[in-house]
Design a protein around this ligand. Structure first.
Ligand SMILES: NC(=O)c1ccc[n+]([C@@H]2O[C@H](COP(=O)([O-])OP(=O)(O)OC[C@H]3O[C@@H](n4cnc5c(N)ncnc54)[C@H](O)[C@@H]3O)[C@@H](O)[C@H]2O)c1
Length: 257
């Protein structure tokens, strides 16, 4: 299915990587449904895409809440007549040492980063089957493969998404639905800024230099870099690709020492 014929929900698209993905789909002619738990940023993102000549509506929802997810998918079909594509991008994290991690923070991370993808995909797929097929892309992370201390819930959730991706690919291929995941490394967004801001001021620049030192490329990625890959995965050029993880990380996972 050409990108022009796709109706795509992007979760967590009020800012950051999700917004970059939404703008790229809109430029390619797709109809985009901007989800975010933050209704204000979702509305602003949809309005900016429409102002630039694209097709977009906002569908705010907390993806960890099944009823809100159902309403979000219904809104997509009501706005554009069908649903063909789902980008599970919304994410939440609180990096904390394991012994200090609260059960609430553990649970919230799993509710959003893992169960949220289960809910969105299970609710969206019947609409995609009715449309004759489509594509699901889950935004995971390099933390699904190699990680740092303090990420117990985030790494567990992101690793779980890779497993979920494989199972769903196997079950949904017969419906002409491909399921893949994209694992970014360090991408310049508010989430990365939040991480740097969590450090003492005198350690921020040092940490940035330290992180770049692990990469093969001497710069962080952008939401547009991730969007390019997601669009490729959702296009017919990737018609034989399913159940796989695509890493976009400046080479950070290539390093042994
Ligand atoms: N930025 C990075 O370096 C990086 C690296 C690897 C993976 N990722 C992943 O990419 C995705 C996007 O990250 P980002 O950097 O753009 O983050 P971000 O924090 O800038 O944006 C995330 C968006 O998700 C929304 N969101 C949070 N909880 C939600 C919920 N329950 N329901 C709906 N929306 C919700 C937020 O409101 C926000 O707009 C996440 O899944 C993240 O784990 C980011």
């Amino acid at each position: 299915m050409s990108l022009k014929d796709q109706v795509v929900i992007i979760t967590g698209a009020g800012q950051g990587i999700g917004l970059g993905i939404a703008q790229a789909f809109a430029r390619a002619g797709s109809a985009v449904v901007i989800n975010d738990v933050n209704a204000e940023t979702a509305q602003a993102a949809a309005q900016s895409i429409v102002a630039a000549g694209g097709r977009a509506v906002a569908a705010p929802a907390d993806i960890s809440d099944r009823a809100q997810v159902t309403a979000m998918c219904d809104a997509a079909v009501a706005a554009f007549g069908k649903l063909t594509t789902l980008v599970n991008n919304a994410g939440w994290f609180a990096f904390t040492p394991f012994l200090e991690q609260t059960p609430d923070a553990w649970q919230r991370t799993l509710d959003v980063d893992l169960s949220g993808i289960f809910h969105c995909t299970q609710v969206a797929v019947p609409h995609m089957i009715a449309a004759g097929g489509g594509s699901v892309v889950n935004i995971t992370s390099v933390h699904a493969t190699a990680t740092i201390p303090g990420t117990v819930a985030y790494a567990a959730a992101k690793t779980g998404v890779v497993g979920m991706t494989r199972t769903l690919a196997l079950e949904l291929g017969k419906h002409n639905i491909r399921v893949n995941c994209v694992s970014p490394g360090a991408i310049s967004t508010d989430a990365l800024k939040k991480y740097f801001d969590s450090l003492p001021p005198d350690r921020r620049e040092q940490e940035q230099t330290h992180m770049l030192g692990f990469q093969a490329l001497p710069f962080f990625g952008t939401p547009e870099d991730v969007a390019e890959l997601v669009l490729f995965v959702c296009s017919d050029r990737a018609r034989y690709m399913t159940g796989t993880e695509l890493v976009i990380d400046g080479g950070v996972l290539a390093r042994l020492f």
